[in-house]
Design a protein around this ligand. Sequence first.
Ligand SMILES: [Fe+2]
Ligand SMILES: [Fe+2]
Length: 157
Amino acid sequence: MHGHINISTLSELECHRAVDRLGLLKWLGSFSVGDDAVDSQHRRFFDLAATIPMLIDSDAPDAEVRAAIRMLHTDAISHFTQEEALLAEIAFTGTDRHRIAHQDLAYAFSELVREIDRQEDIHALGAIAHQMVMALLEHMLSEDMLYKSHLMRSRGL
Ligand SMILES: [Fe+2]
Ligand SMILES: [Fe+2]
């Protein structure tokens, strides 16, 4: 049993450590890229990242867990398309490179999603979801952050 943690009083680093220890992921204001639509899509990944382990924890039927993973997959693909359109619109010089990073993720995800039909073990499904979530968040915190200042400037922010 974990002790109660008040996330709002923690520094960003402490917060990262706490959510890590609890296996949860928390959205932070600094993750914003300056576009409401993109931010809400990114936030949704955090919601699904928390929902899937909760489903597994509460012994939800495997079909529900598989459906949540498929939703994460389709959400990610549609997010990539919308983000690429935004990057092209603001003439971000790294758009092509970013598109390739999305294609690599999309390929890895389609392999993982294929795997969920073969997988009977619920914890193995959780591990697949975790792998997808971590790859998405890593991309968000590295690649997506590269266009943030360009986007903000293009919006006069
Ligand atoms: Fe993104
Ligand atoms: Fe991206």
